[in-house]
Design a binder for this molecule. Structure first.
Ligand code: PA5
Length: 444
């Protein structure tokens, strides 16, 4: 495995080895439960072995090639676990300015089905008038309202633009093997379809076609992504000590901090391209642990941007937070600060320093300041952003999440609370079967 390091805030916060060992033992117990497969939610453990199941890679590459050859845009229709993983990987590798890069040789991936904003869809449909596009419609249940509405709108646009037959060639459905409205539509219309395994929940599905198809279509190397995940899987599954397993160290430390009153975990980075890694991580941990009136609140900040909005709070606000920093060793590109004869901006002291050097000083300065301000920081160090290291990160967080959820005593693989708003929305919209609830809501 390439360098992947985790640094725990033991010394800075006076945590003794003996104290930590108690939490390390709990993490080890939770790992045993996870790997024995006899804990809560054990019918959703398929994600554990996804990096070893590389059988889908070739078909994903073929589908991606087909999208690349016909389309300038790929619209990924999905919400929650059915889009965040793909977006996290794609945006980590390609900056937000990608959309303005005319030299791009691969389709730009854009998103739908993750919002009900009318303005968004009006603008999207206008854009789809201009560019050639394909659609990846993704829903495990095949019945989620937001992507279903988006797909109805986009399918109708696609069929008008290209005719029914060509539209069919441009739609790729990723859903359940046997059931759900999307499964039925795909079968009846004859779309190219891929399956989300039964035993893989939405937020753990990035290494299935859910993530792999859009990531491959964006021109990224899914073999390297899977290789990174596989390397981390080897580490997590091997029978070493807690100290040899970064996911166990992370799970142990975050649970220890939670028990000491640190109820909020900020995932922080110094690269805006990692923003959607944070969004994916928030769903992973928020949906897995936030239940039974328990769970660390997962929050995220992108520095240095957010130091200018939330830095004050982190430094001096209520001391109920800890940070988990994704620290990246080197940049994939290089730009030096140029000389200026007049030096009116007083920046000549930085001449020939790269932006990454400046960013690293900002990072070190922030780490020291936040530690001094009483914020424990778990540091995750990766050498660079690449498909391989992102694959490592994904499996690391997923494994840590399973372990951490069991340490907390909850089922990390269900999400019963997500249904509450849906039922009320259906009732308010007048969906058949929800009449009683509608009366109840209206009478309030
Ligand atoms: O993690 C989850 O299960 C959820 O966030 C789902 O991914 C999300 O609700 C989308 O569900 P579906 O893929 O069934 O449309």
């Amino acid at each position: 495995m390439q360098d992947f390091e985790i640094i725990l805030p033991k010394k800075d916060f006076g945590i003794t080895e003996k104290e930590f060992d108690m939490w390390a033992d709990k993490a080890m117990d939770a790992r045993r439960t996870l790997l024995r497969g006899d804990g809560k939610g054990n019918d959703f453990l398929g994600w554990l072995d996804l990096p070893a199941a590389t059988g889908t890679i070739e078909s994903m590459k073929t589908a991606a090639q087909c999208i690349k050859s016909s389309s300038q845009l790929l619209v990924v229709v999905g919400i929650g676990g059915s889009y965040l993983g793909a977006r996290a990987v794609i945006e980590a590798m390609q900056s937000e300015l990608q959309c303005l890069d005319n030299t791009r040789e691969t389709p730009l991936v854009i998103y739908a089905g993750h919002t009900l904003s009318e303005d968004y869809y009006v603008q999207l449909l206008k854009i789809l008038d201009i560019y050639d596009y394909s659609v990846a419609v993704i829903s495990k249940s095949g019945t989620t309202t937001e992507p279903a509405i988006a797909f109805r709108l986009i399918k109708s646009h696609l069929e008008k633009k290209y005719g029914k037959s060509e539209a069919r060639e441009r739609i790729f459905a990723i859903t359940d093997a046997k059931k759900g409205a999307l499964h039925d539509i795909a079968e009846m219309e004859g779309y190219c379809s891929y399956v989300i395994p039964d035993d893989v929940g939405g937020r753990f599905s990035v290494l299935t076609p859910v993530g792999l198809l859009p990531i491959a279509a964006a021109g990224l190397d899914i073999e390297q992504l899977m290789a990174g995940a596989a390397a981390m899987r080897d580490v997590c599954l091997s029978d070493g000590s807690v100290g040899e397993n970064p996911a166990l160290l992370y799970a142990a430390m975050r649970n220890m901090l939670y028990a000491s009153g640190k109820k909020i975990e900020m995932l922080v980075n110094f690269l805006p391209s990692l923003r959607y890694i944070s969004e994916w991580w928030k769903q992973l941990f928020g949906e897995s642990e936030g239940k039974e009136n328990k769970g660390i609140l997962p929050h995220s900040l992108s520095f240095t941007t957010d130091l200018h909005s939330m830095g004050q709070y982190v430094q001096q606000g209520e001391r109920h937070i800890f940070e988990t920093l994704i620290s990246v060793g080197k940049s994939r590109s290089h730009v030096e600060i140029p000389a200026d004869d007049r030096d009116l901006d007083k920046l000549n002291y930085l001449i020939s320093k790269s932006l990454t050097q400046v960013n690293h000083c900002a990072e070190l300065g922030t780490v020291i300041a936040h530690k001094n301000g009483g914020v424990p920081i778990i540091e995750i160090r990766i050498p660079e952003i690449s498909e391989y290291t992102i694959g490592q990160l994904i499996y690391f967080f997923e494994f840590a999440c399973g372990v951490s959820g069991y340490m907390l005593g909850v089922n990390p693989f269900d999400q019963p609370g997500v249904e509450a708003y849906k039922k009320n929305m259906f009732a308010l919209l007048g969906k058949p079967g929800f009449e009683d609830l509608r009366e109840n809501l209206i009478s309030k």
